[in-house]
Unconditional design. Structure first.
Length: 410
């Protein structure tokens, strides 16, 4: 006796795998050449697979519902070498077919045509049209049964109205939980935001890098600065973040740019027109502070206050919502630590800052509790490589950790 391992055969049409829908034999059963041993389901059809060996089933390589790759073991039988050699010779003679049998007689050829076609299983219950629905495989029936889906009410999109897995999954996606859900039109500001972000994702090959930062001294610097100013002229945390980002951009001007796809050129701007992502009652807007790099820290703080107030009131002129060259997004105000911000098309980068919270941090070799935040940068890989993006983010992080050395020069 000789054990023979039958591999899942090539299913044609570029298919590389199949689900085991139903085993036709069990371990210990005796099988003959060309006997159907399993029904498998591919992305396109259900196929009955005959075995080219005869003998006793030793093992089944997969449970019903599992997925096998083409060319991996399907079933093992113990048979005689003679039977195996007969199969090999017939296969070499051209009479074999991996899906529809291996016999050579006229009877076998008729049999191959019979077992090689897709089998459709008819359910006895008629649907509302009076026609009994046809289900292609047990896998589909099991999927419907597990989700309490009545197949008699389901139209089939397969050949001859066969109900396939896609039909069941489509029906499950439209269950009452979603079928009666509220639908909100995408229009106005929401449509403008959606269109711009979709354009960004579609056109810009973006990447994101991030780093955790000790912001303890940044908060201390803000307190020190505001102690010297009038109460109504205080510098916000956002203003300091903007000021330090502008300082880092001076060292990495590649990120203050855009890509002119029509002329296949990178356009690097001479000034930073800073966009500030702001959440308003009307939705997300990105007002722009023109030539922000030419403002002092106090001037920048004042413009930020005035601009965000107008944005929340909805009174910003349209011209103030366009023309940005680099965007800063403080998503920490939403109580989140990190994000992968989407670039504000057609800019080349967006810098995000998460919430500042107490975390354990090593300072001079000693463990301490510090104010820590996470900063992230999404950038257009067409304008620079990771070295530039990482260099900018690391410099910005260094500025956050040692702000006085930078703010004293601005």
């Amino acid at each position: 006796m000789n054990n023979q391992v039958f591999l899942l055969p090539d299913l044609g049409e570029g298919l590389t795998e199949a689900d085991i829908a139903e085993w036709k034999v069990r371990v210990g059963d005796t099988v003959t050449i060309d006997q159907v041993v399993v029904e498998v389901e591919t992305a396109k059809a259900a196929v009955e697979v005959p075995i080219p060996f005869e003998g006793t089933v030793i093992s089944l390589h997969g449970d019903e519902g599992s997925t096998l790759k083409v060319g991996t073991p399907l079933i093992t039988v113990s048979g005689t070498p003679a039977a195996h050699e007969q199969y090999r010779e017939e296969e070499k003679a051209g009479s074999g077919n991996v899906l529809i049998g291996y016999g050579t007689s006229e009877d076998m050829r008729r049999r191959r045509r019979r077992v090689g076609v897709t089998r459709e299983v008819t359910r006895p219950e008629p649907n509302r049209t009076g026609v009994a629905p046809r289900v292609i495989s047990p896998v589909v029936r099991n999927l419907a049964r597990q989700n309490d889906l009545d197949l008699s009410r389901l139209p089939g999109s397969g050949p001859g109205g066969v109900i396939n897995r896609a039909d069941v999954e489509k029906a499950l996606a439209a269950t009452p939980e979603t079928a009666d859900a509220q639908r909100i039109p995408i229009k106005g500001l929401r449509k403008a935001v959606a269109d711009k972000l979709s354009t960004s994702r579609r056109e810009i090959p973006d990447a994101t890098t991030w780093v955790d930062v000790d912001a303890t001294d940044l908060l201390a610097a803000r307190r020190a600065i505001n102690a010297t100013l009038d109460a109504d002229a205080g510098v916000s945390l956002m203003a300091l973040l903007a000021r330090l980002a502008l300082a880092a951009l001076k060292q990495y001007p590649e990120l203050n740019s855009t890509v002119d796809t029509e002329r296949n050129e990178i356009v690097r701007y001479g000034h930073v027109h800073l966009g500030i992502a702001a959440q308003t009652p009307r939705g997300l807007v990105v007002p722009v502070i023109g030539k922000a790099d030419s403002l002092t820290t106090v001037e920048l703080a004042r413009q930020l206050r005035d601009t965000t107030a107008l944005a929340r009131e909805g009174t910003l002129p349209p011209a103030r919502l366009t023309g940005g060259t680099f965007t800063l997004n403080n998503y920490g105000v939403f109580g989140v630590d990190g994000s992968t911000p989407i670039i504000n098309h057609p800019e080349a980068a967006i810098l995000g800052v998460g919430r500042i919270i107490d975390k354990p941090w090593v300072v001079n070799g000693q463990l301490a509790v510090r104010k820590v935040t996470q900063v992230s940068l999404s950038f257009d890989h067409r304008v620079c490589d990771g070295g530039v993006a990482g260099g900018f983010l690391r410099l910005f992080a260094d500025y956050l950790e040692n702000p006085i050395t930078v703010l004293g020069r601005l």
